[in-house]
Design a protein around this ligand. Structure first.
Ligand SMILES: Nc1nc2c(c(=O)[nH]1)N[C@H]1C(S)=C(S)[C@@H](COP(=O)(O)O)O[C@H]1N2
Ligand SMILES: [Mo]
Length: 537
């Protein structure tokens, strides 16, 4: 059948449906195959991961700022919408020229396969989901455009015929341009589209579910962590002021913020996990999970913060970490002169660069296996991650870690450095007002103002609050465990009706007061005083 006529107004709708059905079938099939080859070989996930790794920094920042920790879901939904648009377009092209539509599917399949191959640790089988998906998608497209489920005929109109023509009795005209679609074929086509969309959704969801079942949750639950040789000091009475709205002193695993570039949480089997410590060292070593657990463990409370945390933001949490001191491991491998950087590498290829000095100066830098008394949650780096007090996560807190490579800052830039972030990331002194906020609808009279302040490794000496840029007033500090955790503070305010602005600033253990100069999170952490403006009634 020659498909060269001008399309009638109903053609695009059907053509778009054919394209979308083909794309849905492709994705559903790919997800099903990815249940065998691993979730990271799913073309959606692989392309998404490539976007995350290559997106210009401002775009990524926009994603984090607008969607917070939901940036990944936003990316997947955005990708799905974009794909739907392309699929509709492919359908339109295919109806005019099937080969063009099929070529489009081949291109998409190729992109998916290539993306899967670029991911760290990919093997040849990872191209299968995209290739099988493309084959299924092509078949479905053909079926709706030129195969058994094709509209009979496609609703064409030639330039000389302005609209569908009907015989007097309303029965379809058998031949010629602009003829009416046979209702049976129309029903077959639409039923086919509906069926394909349904089967694709079920297949895709089933694939995701099957892939999820191969996760390491069961292996994680089977683990009994050893007791530490050096336990964490107990949380002192009163460390938690228990003021409504104030973040709790110890953050639960569930409530702990999550930041990483992983679209699919890496599932690392502790039985096959290895940590290679190598590079510029005298004695390279490879450790298994059992080797690690057999070593003396220490347990410490450490507050972990993200460099992307805005002033007043919540990308910070305080947990009790159980792990092996990195210092002892480094002593054993014996770094060579000039190896001033330790690169932590995750199973998914993400890297961070930590100053070797920070790992050897006596602070509690850990290869952590436990978080708040449990094996690390999978999202937080199971089976092993780094935790280094005093450094932002992006330069120190490698999750799903599999390598420590001794090198120099001159020789290697870790993941975020070429993307515009500083190679060095010591945590800046910061403070935050947690309560009151406007949603608390404060009323005139005594109001407890409370929040947290942190300066890991230096500690917090003083927190001050001021109202409407009046004099700074000293807040009360709750007791804290060590200089490596945040501290809660509170201050009694005699609130008067009207609009007010509260501000907070902290002074760290070196006597340095937090700067009020507002600076962006890039390249090495935000500065400025947190301010809360509210109306008291
Ligand atoms: N493998 C891996 N580890 C990573 C990251 C990552 O993207 N990949 N992000 C880092 C950043 S920027 C931060 S702030 C911390 C956050 O740790 P959390 O998600 O457990 O809170 O993890 C760090 N470790
Ligand atoms: Mo971060």
């Amino acid at each position: 059948m020659g498909k060269t006529g001008r399309v009638s107004s109903t053609t695009p709708r059907f053509a778009a449906l054919a394209g979308i059905a083909a794309a849905a079938a492709a994705i559903g099939a790919a997800e099903l195959v990815a249940a065998l080859t691993g979730p990271r070989s799913s073309p959606l996930v692989a392309v998404g991961g490539l976007v995350v790794d290559t997106a210009p920094e401002p775009v990524k920042r926009f994603g984090i700022e607008v969607f917070g920790t939901y940036d990944k879901i936003a990316l997947l939904i955005g990708t799905a919408l974009l794909l739907g648009g392309f699929a509709a377009l492919l359908g339109l092209l295919a109806v005019r020229q099937l080969a063009v539509g099929l070529a489009g599917i081949v291109v998409f399949g190729g992109i998916g396969a290539a993306a899967a191959l670029t991911r760290a640790g990919a093997d040849a089988a990872d191209v299968l989901p995209a290739l099988v998906g493309a084959a299924v998608g092509g078949l479905v497209l053909w079926a709706f455009v030129a195969g058994p489920l094709e509209l009979d005929p496609w609703p064409w109109s030639s330039p000389t015929v302005s609209g569908p023509t009907e015989s007097a009795g309303g029965t379809p005209v058998a031949e010629g341009p602009g003829q009416r679609v046979d209702p049976d074929s129309r029903r077959r086509f639409l039923t086919g589209v509906g069926t394909v969309l349904g089967v694709a959704t079920v297949g895709g969801v089933a694939g995701r579910w099957l892939a999820g079942r191969q996760g390491v949750s069961a292996a994680r639950e089977a683990i009994t962590l050893p007791a530490p040789v050096s336990t964490a000091p107990p949380v002192p009475a009163g460390a938690d002021l228990a003021v409504p709205g104030l973040a709790s002193y110890v953050t639960s695993n569930r409530g702990f913020y999550r930041i990483d570039t992983a679209l699919v949480v890496p599932q690392v089997d502790p039985r096959t996990w290895r940590l290679r410590i190598h590079g510029r060292v005298r004695n390279p070593v490879t450790l298994s999970y059992a080797d690690l657990l057999a070593r003396p463990m220490v347990e410490r409370y450490v507050t972990l913060a993200c460099v992307s945390n805005e002033v007043g933001g919540d990308l910070i949490g305080n947990a009790r970490w159980l792990g092996v001191p990195i210092r002892e491991l480094l002593d054993e491998v014996a770094p060579l002169d000039g190896a001033d950087q330790v690169v932590g590498r995750s199973v998914d290829g993400w890297t961070c660069g930590t100053p070797t000095a920070a790992l050897r100066d006596g602070r509690d830098a850990l290869l952590a296996v436990g978080m708040n008394g449990e094996p690390l949650p999978v999202r937080h780096g199971f089976p092993v991650r780094m935790v280094v007090p005093g450094l932002y996560g992006y330069v120190s807190a490698c999750k799903w870690i599999t390598e420590l490579e001794l090198t120099s800052f001159a020789d290697f830039d870790a993941y975020w450095v070429p993307r515009g972030w500083s190679a060095q990331g010591p945590v800046k002194t910061q403070s935050r007002i947690d309560t009151p906020r406007q949603r608390n609808r404060p009323t005139a009279g005594p109001v407890t103002v409370a929040g947290v302040a942190w300066a890991q490794q230096r500690g917090i000496d003083r927190v001050e609050v001021r109202v409407d840029e009046g004099p700074w007033q000293e807040a009360q500090l709750a007791p804290t465990i060590s200089v490596d955790t945040w501290v809660q503070w509170s201050w009694q305010w005699q609130a008067t009706p009207g609009k007010h602005t509260l501000q907070v600033r902290a002074t760290d253990g070196t006597g340095e007061t937090q700067t009020g100069e507002p600076r962006d999170v890039a390249p090495d952490g935000a500065t400025g005083w947190h301010a809360v403006t509210l109306t008291v009634t």
